[in-house]
Write a protein that binds this ligand. Structure first.
Ligand code: ADP
Length: 440
C-alpha cells in the first residue's frame, strides 16, 4: 500500500531534482553571460591598450628568451623607420650600435637575474642608415619568459648635450692654449733674460777693458758668465726637448727603440753618475738591488731620461741633508724601480696632478729652483709606451717615492745586449736635466 507520505516524498524529490537542474542551468547561463562580458571587456581593453601603444610616442617591444622581437608597436616605424614585418623575429640587438649592444646584453641579463627594471641608453640603427639615441627600460616576466621593453627617443636631448659638451671642450681648449702660451713665454723668457743680461754684462766689461787700452778681463769672471749662459742654454734645450717630446707623444708620433738591455746596469750607472755629479753637495744617492743582471727589451735612452727626471726632482725638491735611495726589484714578471727621497714631499691632493703638463706645486717667486712642470709628463708617457705604469707616494715634509714598473720581455732574435751609455754621454744628459738647479 502506498503510503501517502512516500508518494509525497517522491514528488518532492522529483521537484527538488528539477529545481536543482534549473538552478544549475540558470547558474551556467549567468556564468556564461558573465564570462562573455568579461571576455568582451578584456578584448576591448586589449584593443585600447594596443591603440594606446601604437599612438604612444615611445617604442614598445616584447622579446622572447632569445631576444627576438615577438611583438612591437608603431614606434619602431615612427621613430626608427623600420616596418613591423622588418622587425618581427629579428634579434633586438641587431638594431643597436655595436659598443652599446654589449652593454644592453649585459643589462638585459642582469635584469633577468634580478627581476628588477633596467634602464640603458643605446644608439639605435634607423632604416635610413642614421642613428638615434633611445633610452630603454626593460623588465623580464619570468612566468611568461618574455622581456617587456619600452624606449624613449632622447636624440634631441643627447645632441644638445653633445653640443654643450663640445662648446665647453672648445672653451677649455682655448683656456689651455692661453695657459700654455703664458707658461711658455715665462719658461722661455726667464733663461733668455739671464743669457741676455749676462751677455750685456760681458760686453760692458769688454768695452771698459778696451777703453782702458786693452786691459785684460779677469778669466774667472768670464768663466762664471760662461757657466751661467751654458746652464740657461741647457734649460732652454731641456724645455724645448720636453715640449717636442710631449707633442710627439700626444700625437702618437713617438717611437721607442726597443733593444735587449741589462736594466740593472742602466739604472745603476745612471744613479752612480748622478751621485758623482752631486759629489760637491750634501746629496747622498745610493743604489740597492739583489739582482745581478736582468735582460729586458726597453728603450735605454727613455729609461735614462725617466731616471734623470726622477733623480733631478729629488735634488730640486730636497731639504738640507738629502738622502736618495734607488732600488730595483722584480715582481710578477715586472721590473720595479723606486726612487725614494727625504725631501719636501707633496701634498696628497696634488699627487695625481703632478703628472699633468706644466704642473708645479710651488709657483711662488721665491721657490728654491725652477722647473717647467714637463719632466714627469714626459716620464709618464715614456713608461706607458713600455706598457708600464708610474705613480708617486709622498708625505709632506718627510719625502716622496716615485715608482715605475715595466714588464719583462725579450726580443728573441736579438743577441746583443746593451749595458748603458758612456759616462760622457750621461754627463751631457745630466747637464741638460740638472740645468734647473741653481745651487749645485
Ligand atoms: P719640474 O720641471 O717642475 O720639476 P716635473 O714634471 O718633473 O717638473 O715635476 C712636477 C712637479 O712635481 C714639480 O714642480 C714639483 O712640484 C713636484 N715634484 C716632483 N718630484 C718631486 C719630489 N721628489 N719631491 C717633491 N715634489 C716633487
Amino acid at each position: 500500500m502506498f503510503n501517502i507520505f512516500d508518494q509525497l516524498n517522491d514528488q518532492l524529490l522529483i521537484t527538488d531534482q528539477v529545481a536543482k537542474v534549473q538552478i544549475c542551468n540558470a547558474q551556467k547561463s549567468i556564468v556564461h553571460q558573465h564570462s562573455s562580458e568579461k571576455l568582451k571587456r578584456y578584448q576591448a581593453l586589449e584593443q585600447e591598450l594596443q591603440t594606446f601603444l601604437n599612438i604612444a610616442t615611445d617604442v614598445h617591444a616584447i622579446l622572447n628568451e632569445h631576444l627576438e622581437i615577438i611583438s612591437c608597436n608603431n614606434g619602431f616605424q615612427d621613430i626608427l623607420g623600420w616596418e613591423e614585418s622588418e622587425v618581427l623575429k629579428k634579434n633586438y640587438v641587431e638594431f643597436i650600435d655595436y659598443p652599446d649592444a654589449v652593454q644592453i646584453i649585459t643589462a638585459i641579463n642582469e635584469c633577468k637575474a634580478s627581476g628588477q627594471v633596467a634602464t640603458n641608453i643605446a644608439k639605435c640603427k634607423c632604416k635610413d642608415g642614421k642613428y638615434k639615441w633611445i633610452e630603454w627600460r626593460g623588465k623580464y616576466i619570468a612566468n611568461k619568459k618574455i622581456h617587456l621593453l619600452t624606449g624613449r627617443d632622447i636624440t634631441l636631448q643627447k645632441e644638445r648635450e653633445e653640443e654643450r659638451l663640445a662648446k665647453r671642450e672648445a672653451e677649455e681648449l682655448e683656456m689651455l692654449k692661453d695657459e700654455f702660451l703664458i707658461n711658455m713665454s715665462h719658461e722661455l723668457k726667464t733663461p733668455l733674460n739671464v743669457i741676455y743680461m749676462t751677455l750685456q754684462l760681458e760686453s760692458e766689461e769688454i768695452k771698459s777693458a778696451l777703453e782702458k787700452n786693452g786691459q785684460e778681463i779677469e778669466l774667472n769672471i768670464l768663466k762664471r758668465h760662461d757657466k751661467i749662459i751654458q746652464r740657461n742654454v741647457y734649460r732652454l734645450l731641456r724645455l724645448i726637448r720636453n715640449l717636442t717630446e710631449i707633442a710627439k707623444l700626444e700625437s702618437d708620433e713617438y717611437r721607442l727603440n726597443f733593444i735587449n738591455c741589462d736594466i740593472v746596469s742602466i739604472v745603476r750607472q745612471i744613479s752612480l753618475a748622478v751621485a758623482d755629479h752631486m759629489q760637491s753637495t750634501k746629496v747622498k744617492i745610493t743604489f740597492d738591488t739583489d739582482i745581478q743582471e736582468l735582460i729586458t727589451a726597453c728603450d735605454p735612452s727613455a729609461i735614462e731620461q725617466i731616471m734623470l727626471n726622477l733623480l733631478s726632482n729629488t735634488i730640486k725638491y730636497r731639504k738640507d741633508e738629502s738622502k736618495v735611495r734607488v732600488s730595483l726589484t722584480v715582481k710578477d714578471n715586472k721590473v720595479r724601480v723606486t726612487v725614494k727621497d727625504n725631501g719636501i714631499g707633496i701634498p696628497k691632493t696634488e699627487l695625481e696632478y703632478i703628472f699633468k703638463r706644466f704642473a708645479k706645486i710651488d709657483t711662488s717667486l721665491n721657490r728654491k729652483c725652477e722647473g717647467s712642470g714637463t719632466g714627469l709628463t714626459v716620464s709618464k708617457y715614456l713608461v706607458e709606451l713600455h706598457e708600464g705604469s708610474i705613480w708617486a707616494k709622498s708625505q709632506l715634509n718627510k719625502g716622496s717615492s716615485f715608482i715605475f714598473e715595466i714588464p719583462i720581455v725579450q726580443i728573441s732574435d736579438e743577441k746583443d745586449i746593451y749595458y748603458g751609455s758612456t759616462s760622457q754621454q750621461i754627463e751631457e744628459k745630466c747637464n741638460i736635466e740638472f740645468s734647473d738647479i741653481y745651487d749645485i
